[in-house]
Structures are given as C-alpha cells and as structure tokens.
Design a protein around this ligand. Structure first.
Ligand code: PLP
Length: 498
C-alpha cells in the first residue's frame, strides 16, 4: 500500500490557498483534484489530519473540513482509529451502493443546484438577469401558437393522452428539422422528452450503474452536473483547449476510470461556446471507439451555430449503438414549451422508454401538438435566434470593453453567453453584482470540482438597453470588490458581507 506523509502531501498540494473561500474547502477541493488526476492512487494512505494541519500551518479543523469534503465527494474513506485513505475513481462513489443507506442527496448536490439555478422562475423587479441564457418567447413563436387551427388541435387531442415515445408526426417533423442542421435521424429512434434536461437525466439513469464514472468537459452545463451528482456518480473533468476536450487526456481517463458515459457538448458548449472542429471530433471518436465508451452528445445549442459551420454529430463518427444525442427547441422557440428529445439505438430506446414511463409516462401532449405546429417554422426561428444573439453579443462585448476593460471575455462560436475571466474571485464578484442588482453565474457551478473560480458566465439575450445597464452595474460592483480586495486583506470576503 502507498503511504503519503504530511510533507510529501503538502508539496503535492501546491498553491492550494489561491482564490477566496474557506481554507478547509480549498484544501479539500485540491485533494479531490489530486485523486482524480491519479496523483494520489487508489488506496494511498493519507497522513493524519493533525500532521497535515501542522505541516500546512493551518488549524486542525481546517484539515478536518478538507478530509470531510473529499469524503463527501467519495474520493477518500476514513475509519476511526484506522485513518484515511484514497478511494480512487474505480471505486464506488459516495452514497452509492455499499452497506450504508444511500443519502437522498449527495452532500454537495443540493448546494450546487441551489447556486446554479437560483434565478429560475424568480424575475425580480429592478434586477437585471444576465445569468439565464434562454431567449424570450419570440413574436413568431407566439404568433404561430396563437394561429394554430383549433380543429387540428382538437383532432390531435382525441384518444389517449399518453404517448411515451412522443407523437409520430412530431418526431417526423423534428427529424426533418435536424437534417437541416446536419443531423440525420430516423423518427423511430427518437423519443420526445420534457426538454433536453429530462433526456440527459433518463440517459444517465439507463446507462450509468450506481457509483460509476461520467467524464465531462472541464466546464460544462450545470444541469447535467446536477443530474450526475444527484445519482451519486463520480464526475471527472476532461481538460480542454480552444478546440474542445483534449483526445490524449480523454484516452488516459478512459483507461484509468473506465467511464460508463462521456457527456459532451460539441456545438456551442456551455459556458465556453466552443464548436469542436471536425478534425478534433474525429480524434475524440477514435478514442471513444477504441475504448468502447458510450457517448451522450448534447446538441441543445446546435441550432444556434451557422448551419454551414455545424459539423456532423460526434455520435455519427462512432460505431453503431455507442451513442445517444439529446436536444430541444428551448434555445430557438421557447424553453416554456418543454419539448426536447433523445435519439438512441433500438436496444437503448427500449430502456429509455421504460425509464420514461416510470418518470412521467409521457411528455405533455398539448406541448407536443404546439411544437408540431411550430416545426415548419423552426429553421426561421433558429435564424432569428442567431441574429438576436449576434446583436446581443456585439452589445455585450462593447459594454464589457467599456465598463470592465480588465476582464477577459471570450468570443464564442455559438451560444448566448460569454465566458469571462475576472481578475478576482468569481463568487465574490457574483455576490457583489447581485447586491448591485445584476445576476451573473460564477464559474464553479460549471465545474465538477467547483474550480474555475476566476470565471463568470454572462448571458446576452436581454434587450440592448438592459444589457448595457446590467454591465454598468457589474462595473460598479467590480469597483467595490477590487477596492475591498486591495484594501488590506488578501481575501475580500470579510469586507463584503452581502
Ligand atoms: C447544454 C444544455 N443542455 C440542456 C439544457 C436543458 O434544456 P431544456 O430546456 O431543453 O431542458 C440546457 C439549458 O440551458 C443547456 O444549455
């Protein structure tokens, strides 16, 4: 068995104090990263908390909090009298299986969901919401919905209201739309879901055994992270560069962690807005094929990229039966319709249907009919959404350059947000911003390890005047944070109790 002493572990931890936040939390997160990078292999015996605390010159309670966090995330185990040791990525995740009762919510999943989705359904007068990136219900959508033929709707409502796989006519229409954005799918391989969110959740539930590993981009969609965490899965990030996940890293993680699923957003990644180019998709497909790994490809944002520049799905580059693709009309029509889909090979479709019947029997028939009525207009709605987002991006880019020149905003290839590096702690900035009446999303909610503490996601779908007002409020909030941070402590928390 490998034993790591306090001194060696202290060296391995590196600059773990960087960034703001309680010391125990930062230390615990760094421990989790070391385990996931296999720098601390499975079974490694860790130094006693007291020894580590002395070596790091922190209080014993800091070391205790760090071990507790790593234990809560299933990375280490401890037993009274026997000490603590690493439970590597191959072992069961916290709360899954084993002899003890699995907690309903793994310790960090509630906090994650609350932080990531606190703005949902809660518009507050006078507050500018730059955290949500869903476009408003477009006039065309409203017009089409209000002009649907009542007789046609009434005919659609005859007979049973339960269609577990979804209305055949809708599936046909959606398959036709997907073909216009480079994805050729047959309607019998498609199940209509309550948004892409349910598609992700059902997919994980049929593919991932309890305690198994899911690989994700190092910054990814918080709704998917929430699903995986709640299921007690071990979520491990794949390093990315400007083209997307790095194939060599994916190969190494596939070998080491034997993931049950790899979840990727190849077009319009959330939050970076990357479109993975074909050569990189081929390299990733090669790795996934060699390892026989199953892919869940999220193409929810695919209609937001210029159709001519959308590569064919990664799923189509894999051997048959190794991938599911999820998507929805949320980004181009309206999220309130709650219609999405999952496209899967026949053997998985059977399981997905069974899981869906257990979850909700079927998607709302009314929403399905409304969406069927919208289908002929989806290409036009997508084009309108792209124009609106391009204008929003230009306004947001100019406002950021004016009010926050020291922030580094990326220039996304697809998507209604910018991923921005801030020269400070993103959570502090987000809290100060909220106090100044503008909501943005701090980087840690996009990270499986709550890292990315120096990034924020800022959405651009508000009207231009609201967007500019929001960014100027952000500028004022940032002035306060910068002043507080440089005002005597290396951690502005105490100066900013909001
Ligand atoms: C990448 C991604 N996948 C899935 C979803 C969920 O979308 P839906 O409204 O279809 O459930 C979102 C929503 O923002 C998203 O950004």
């Amino acid at each position: 068995m490998t034993v790591v002493d306090a001194r060696t572990l202290a060296d391995m931890l590196g600059p773990w104090r960087d960034g703001a936040g309680p010391l125990g939390e930062k230390l615990g997160r760094r421990l989790v990263v070391l385990v996931d990078k296999a720098a601390l292999p499975d079974g490694t015996r860790l130094p006693p908390e007291r020894a580590l605390a002395t070596r790091l010159a922190v209080s014993r309670s800091t070391a205790t909090a760090a071990y507790r966090l790593a234990r809560g995330q299933g990375r280490i185990e401890s037993r009274q009298g026997a000490g603590s040791w690493v439970r590597g990525p191959g072992g069961p995740a916290a709360g899954a299986g084993g002899h003890g009762a699995a907690p309903h919510h793994p310790p960090d999943s509630l906090a994650h969901d609350e932080e990531a989705f606190s703005a949902l359904g809660r518009a507050v007068d006078g507050v500018v919401d730059l955290s949500l990136a869903e476009p408003p219900c477009d006039g065309t959508t409203r017009a089409v919905l209000s002009q649907l033929d009542p007789d046609w709707l009434a005919a659609g409502m005859r007979g049973t209201g339960y269609h577990p796989q979804g209305l055949a006519g809708l599936r046909e229409g959606l398959a036709g739309f997907l073909a216009t954005i480079g994805h050729h799918a047959t309607p019998d391989r498609m199940m209509v879901t309550t948004g892409a969110q349910q598609a992700i959740s059902l997919t994980a539930s049929v593919i991932c055994p309890p305690g198994s590993t899911v690989l994700v981009e190092e910054a990814t969609y918080p709704g998917a992270l929430g699903v995986f965490r709640r299921m007690g899965l071990r979520v491990v990030p794949i390093s990315t560069d400007q083209f997307g996940p790095v194939p060599e890293v994916l190969a190494e993680l596939c070998t080491r962690t034997r993931p049950a699923l790899v979840y990727l957003i190849p077009v319009g990644s959330n939050p970076a807005g990357t479109v993975i180019p074909p050569a990189r998709l081929d390299a990733l497909a090669d790795v996934l094929s060699r390892h026989g790994t199953v892919l869940a490809e999220d193409r929810t944002a695919a209609p937001l990229a210029e159709p001519a520049r959308v590569p064919a799905p990664l799923a189509t580059r894999l051997p048959r039966g190794r991938a599911v693709v999820v998507g929805s009309v949320s980004k181009i029509a309206w999220s309130g319709i709650r219609v999405g889909w999952v496209i899967a090979p026949p053997e998985l479709m059977r399981e997905l249907l069974s899981a869906r019947i257990g979850a909700d029997l079927a998607a709302s028939l009314v929403s399905q009919l409304l969406t069927q009525g919208l289908v002929p207009r989806l290409p036009q709605l997508a084009a309108t959404a792209r124009t609106m987002i391009a204008e929003g991006q230009a306004t947001l880019g100019a406002a950021l350059a004016r009010h926050l020149p020291e922030w580094e905003a990326n220039d996304p290839q697809a998507g209604a947000w910018r991923w921005v590096r801030v020269p400070g702690d993103a959570r502090l900035v987000a809290r100060a911003a909220a106090a100044a009446g503008v909501l943005v999303t701090p980087g840690p909610v996009f990270s499986p390890h709550a890292l990315l503490t120096d990034h924020l996601r800022i959405a651009c779908v508000s009207p231009a005047d609201v967007l500019v007002d929001g960014v100027s409020r952000l500028g004022r909030a940032w002035e306060g944070v910068a002043r507080a941070t440089h005002g005597g402590t290396d951690d502005g928390r105490d100066l900013l109790i909001i």
